[in-house]
Design a protein around this ligand. Structure first.
Ligand SMILES: [Zn+2]
Length: 433
């Protein structure tokens, strides 16, 4: 399988050269905004949206009007135009909609599609018009260098090397199968094994951030003091994000290495964490509570974990199945009975039909695993976008006909007998290339 992978490293640049890259980033932003404004005016006048070729044609003229545009490599500006055209093309399919004007500090980035040379042994990369840049190189980038992106994270310049290489997708390393329930309090509850919780030090940084944000409010607007205080908040945010990312990488890697089948819920995180404020005419209810819930959901990085699982699973030869989330928390994983009365409290599950008691998240994770196995065996359709409601895999009736044994370790081993092992099913299902 031909894969592309990004290897981000911090650059070790002197302040002067870093300032040069800042100017480049500014040029790119100007170019992007200018082309966007031109495109909008063309469309407003009833003409066709300008394509990449037309936008490129305007570049020399622009450079004559603004000589400083000659500073960054020309290909980087062309790349900005390409990015703009791609964003326009994605207008109706992307969740971000039509491209918008960028302001300073928003996606401060510049892409260099050619003429970059990577020196893995020396931990450096040679970039056009900038020369050799040493990297904080924790591991060599594998494969052939395709392009380089420079971006600012606060004061730090990050050099992201995108490479391409051929990998052999192995047979799944582990024979296990697991269902994962993402939660607001417990980050990930697997259907068997220890629940996965975000590291406690994230909480410490969050408390520190609260203080830092309060301190920003006390500073005068536009003052140097305030901008320094803001920089401290940014740094704290970055720290939290880094801890979470690192943690999720470790956990998802572990899960993928030990399981051939991973079932997850097909959650619409964006809809689930929508703001409840409403409009001036129709204000929403319980807005603060909803905001708190949204924060609790988002801090767990569900979407990040999900996308990590997606590509890691493809590279490791295992299978990830997203199943419809409806009623996973209300259905009994033992007899299949569905009902809100099964949930006496938020944390515990007690089936009113068969009397099974269980941690609520664990019960949901088992349901997810069952649905994933059924999907894989072709008994159910995989979850699709726009799924509205009443899945349960003909659950209640069928599960009553085949009651599953109850035991302490049922999570990993029970379920209806499937034809062949999970590994064989994964390979035959061919859910990924
Ligand atoms: Zn039951």
């Amino acid at each position: 399988m031909l894969i592309r992978q990004g290897f981000p490293c911090a650059a070790r640049l002197k302040a002067q050269r870093q300032a040069l890259v800042r100017r480049w980033v500014g040029c790119r932003r100007f170019e992007f905004n200018e082309a966007l404004a031109f495109g909008r005016s063309e469309m407003a006048a009833g003409r066709k949206r300008p394509g990449y070729a037309l936008l490129c044609k305007r570049l020399p003229e622009l450079r004559k009007a603004h000589p400083w545009l000659a500073q960054p490599p020309a290909q980087a500006l062309q790349q900005a135009l390409k990015d703009l055209c791609a964003a326009w093309d994605r207008k109706f399919t992307s969740k971000f909609g039509a491209p918008r004007f960028k302001k300073k500090g928003q996606g401060d980035t510049i892409g260099l599609p050619q003429d970059c040379v990577y020196d893995a042994a020396g931990g450096a990369v040679r970039l056009p018009k900038l020369g050799d840049v040493r990297l904080r190189h924790s591991r060599p980038a594998l494969g052939k260098l395709k392009n380089v992106t420079l971006r600012f994270e606060g004061k730090r310049l990050i050099v992201s090397l995108q490479t391409e290489r051929q990998i052999n997708v192995p047979a799944p390393a582990g024979a296990g199968e697991v269902g994962l329930d993402f939660g607001a309090l417990t980050t990930i509850t697997p259907s068997a094994g220890v629940p996965i919780q975000l590291p406690a030090r994230i909480g410490r940084y969050e408390r520190r951030m609260k203080r830092l944000q309060q301190s920003v409010c006390r500073k005068n607007k536009g003052s140097g003091n305030r901008s320094r205080a803001k920089a401290r908040v940014t740094k704290c945010h970055r720290r939290i994000a880094a801890i979470r990312r690192d943690f999720l990488h470790q956990q998802t890697t572990k899960l993928v290495w030990s399981n051939a089948l991973i079932g997850i819920e097909d959650l619409r995180v964006k809809n689930m964490t929508a703001c409840a404020a409403g409009t001036m005419q129709a204000p929403g209810k319980n807005v603060r509570q909803k905001a708190g819930l949204n924060r609790a959901i988002l801090r767990n990085g569900w979407s990040m974990a999900r996308s990590m699982l997606e590509y890691k699973v493809a590279w490791r030869g295992s299978v990830r199945v997203a199943v419809p989330p409806a009623y996973t928390s209300q259905q009994c994983s033992c007899c299949g009975h569905i009902g809100a009365e099964n949930r006496k409290t938020q944390a515990s599950f007690e089936c009113v039909k068969c009397g099974q008691t269980e941690n609520a998240d664990r019960n949901a994770a088992r349901n997810i695993l069952l649905r994933a196995k059924e999907t894989l065996a072709g008994r159910c359709q995989p979850s699709t976008a726009g799924y509205a409601g009443t899945h349960a895999c003909e659950g209640a009736q069928r599960k009553l006909q085949h009651p599953r044994p109850r035991s302490a370790v049922q999570g990993s081993a029970v379920g209806l007998p499937l034809a062949g092992t999970i590994t064989e099913l994964c390979l035959s299902a061919n859910l990924h290339p």
